[in-house]
Design a protein around this ligand. Structure first.
Ligand code: GLU
Length: 449
């Protein structure tokens, strides 16, 4: 008996374990969704009849390929890259590319699986996919990054397209990488097909507010959760893990809504600045100089750098995990709750372990899971696709307003679904069921494909 699963779902989960050995993150993501679907199968028996869940758990297509490239010294390196095209019931596969040494098929499949439901929640016509490579960009020169991206695209171009599969960024892939990837795609295909990639630069087809979108979106979602509880961000003290694109713009939005973020981190350590983080300095260190966050403490003498520190031990009222998967465990969650944390919104994908989620839910604090709270990034990617399709370019204000409306809708839909299924405010249930229903109904309508 697998804990938490209904009897109809248990054999399906066992089959996922058997068919995908060793892919622990993928197992975790599937388990978390299946755990919430029991009542849905009771209400819609046709989904069992059409084997919708079994089909959703099996990617439509998985591509694994070799990426050979040369470093600046002329040495040859071989990396492995992936594109998992998970589900296209609602639109072309859509999801980022991750460059990180921890990447293997199980990571890309967990991310691709999450992406299906997240993308469905945005209400925009995008399916779910994800890709990446075990390439480690840390310490690599621009020229090395370019050669790696060109080599990767030399294989990937044949699998993607504006109506097929639209990659974007994720950890280790930002505007610089998207530029090199887009340049190579354009060169090979001889087509200026803007809609084939999102996260582009503003003067070559990108959307305003895309850079800010994931972080801003997570804070809009957080703000909505607080409103339901008659509260707001005004005067709240926060911690935000990470210091990449998602973290930076989450901090920016919290500050603009009257909160104060006092800690952020990178994989080496934690910065605590009781005066509130100086975001211009963080942007300079991370976006311009591409250096480690420890540099912050050299510049701001009031702040402290904790090498190998645990950011979740810093007392706060709001916490946003914006770094990576499983970065916040049961112990961390217990400390957060004990020290007065009242709301958590996930900017990263699956950053809280199942034990951590359990602690938050038992404590009754507001907890917004990544597939709802961080959907603003991919939603704005879909807005970028709209602008590309109409050869248009919207203002920042218009794009941000659309993003905010999308986040408000996602929050409302998740909340209403959680209430309909008897657990108002359980956003894990709300997000999984809302996303699943959209995809499942479309799959039934499209027949056995
Ligand atoms: N990597 C982001 C995510 O996890 C964005 C994907 C996209 O814009 O396609 O949703």
């Amino acid at each position: 008996m697998v804990a938490g699963l209904d009897e109809k779902l248990e054999p399906i989960y066992r089959d996922v374990l058997r068919r995908n050995p060793g892919e622990t993150e993928f197992h975790q993501a599937v388990h978390e969704v299946l755990e919430t679907l029991g009542p849905v199968l009771v209400k819609y028996p046709e989904f069992a009849e059409h084997k919708i869940i079994q089909r959703i758990c099996e990617p439509e297509r998985q591509i694994i390929f070799r990426v050979p490239w040369q470093d600046d010294q002329g040495h040859t390196h071989i990396n492995r890259a992936f594109r998992v095209e998970f589900n296209s019931a609602l639109g072309p596969y859509k999801g980022g590319m991750r460059f990180h040494p921890s990447v293997y098929l199980g990571i890309i499949k967990f991310l691709g699986f999450e992406q299906i439901f997240k993308n469905a929640l945005t209400g925009l016509p995008i399916g779910g996919g994800k890709g990446g490579s075990d390439f480690d960009p840390k310490g690599r020169s621009d020229a090395e990054i370019m050669r790696f991206c060109q080599s990767l695209m030399t294989e990937m171009y044949r699998h993607i397209g504006e109506y097929t599969d639209v990659p974007a960024g994720d950890i280790g892939v930002g505007q610089r990488e998207i530029g090199y990837l887009f340049g190579q795609y354009k060169r090979i295909t001889n087509r200026y097909e803007s809609g084939v990639l999102t996260g582009k630069g503003l003067n070559w087809g990108g959307s305003r507010a895309r850079t800010e979108a994931t972080g801003y979106g997570a804070v809009f979602f957080l703000d909505e959760m607080l409103k339901v509880r008659g509260d707001s961000l005004e005067g709240k003290t926060g911690v935000v893990s990470g210091s990449g694109n998602v973290a930076i713009y989450a901090i920016e939005k919290i500050h603009s809504l009257g909160g104060k973020v006092i800690a952020c981190s990178d994989s080496d350590g934690v910065i605590v600045d009781k005066n509130g983080l100086d975001l211009d300095l963080i942007k300079q260190i991370k976006e311009v100089e591409r250096r480690r966050i420890s540099v912050y403490a050299d510049e701001r003498k009031d702040s402290t750098y904790l090498p190998d520190g645990n950011i979740w031990t810093v007392p706060c009222q709001i916490a946003l995990p914006c770094a990576t998967q499983n970065e916040l465990n049961g112990k961390d969650a217990t400390i957060l709750v004990q020290q007065g944390c009242i709301a958590v919104a996930e900017g990263a994908n699956m950053p809280t372990t199942p034990e951590g989620i359990h602690v938050f839910q038992e404590a009754g604090i507001a907890y917004g899971p990544g597939k709802a709270a961080n959907a603003g990034g991919v939603a704005t990617s879909a807005l970028e696709m709209q602008q590309n399709a109409s050869r248009d370019s919207w203002t920042f204000e218009h794009t941000e307003a659309r993003l905010q409306q999308i986040m408000v809708n996602i929050h409302r839909n998740c909340y209403e679904t959680s209430a309909e299924f008897g657990q108002p405010g359980n956003y894990v249930k709300g997000a999984n069921v809302t996303g699943f229903l959209k995809v499942a109904h479309a799959m039934v309508a499209l027949g056995l494909i």
